[in-house]
Design a protein around this ligand. Sequence first.
Ligand code: PLP
Length: 213
Amino acid sequence: EVNLDNLEHNFLCIKSRLRPGTKVLVTVKADAYGHGIVPVSRRLAESGVDYLGVASIDEGIKLRKARIKTPILVLGVVLKSDIDSIFSFALTPTVCDYSLAAALDRKAAILKKKVRLHIKVDTGMGRIGVSRHEALALAARVSRLKSTVIEGIFTHFPFADENRIFTLQQIRSFCRLVDDLKKNGIDIPLVHTANSIGLIDYRDSHFSMVRPG
Ligand SMILES: *Cc1c(COP(=O)(O)O)cnc(C)c1O
C-alpha cells in the first residue's frame, strides 16, 4: 500500500526546510523506486514539484503519455537516436559531450525551437559526466550554440552516505566550477547536486535545486 498523502507530506517537509527560492526535482526513476511512477509523479505535480528526474527516455515518455506537464530531466545518457523523442515529448536531455549538444542544436534549429539541456559533470568516480577539468570549456562551447539554452549543470555524489571528506571535496570542486562559470559570463539558472543524503547532511550542496529520490 502506497500512501500518496504521506508522499506529499514528505515533499512539503523538504520544501519547507530549503532556503527560499530553492527548487526541487524529485527523482522518480525505476518506477519511482517501485512505488508507481505515474501516480507518484501526478501527486508531486499537483503538490508543486518543479522538476521530475527519470533515468531513461522511456520513463519520460510514460509520464508525458499520462499527461503530466511538469518539466522532466532525463538523468541518464541520451543517445543521438533519442533526439526525436526529446523534442516530441518535451524532455530535457543531459549532455556530457559536445557532439550530442551540437546534434540537439541542429535539430532545434530545424524545428525553429530552443533546446534546454543540463550538463552533467563528473566530480570524482561518477558513472557518467564530463570530467571536472573539461567542464568549463564544454559549457563555454555549448553556450555559443544558437538554438541551445544551458538550463542546468549538475553532479552526483556517489559516497555521500559513507565518505564525508570525499563528498566535501566534491562540493568544493563543484563550487569553484560554478564561480568560474560566473566569471566567464555563463549564467546557468539550475545548479544541482544534492540527492536525499546531500539534502539532509550537506547544506552547502543545495545550490539552486535539490534532487531527492
Ligand atoms: C537516483 C538519483 C538521485 C536520487 O538519489 P537518492 O539517493 O534516492 O536520493 C539523484 N540524482 C541522480 C543523478 C540519481 O541518479
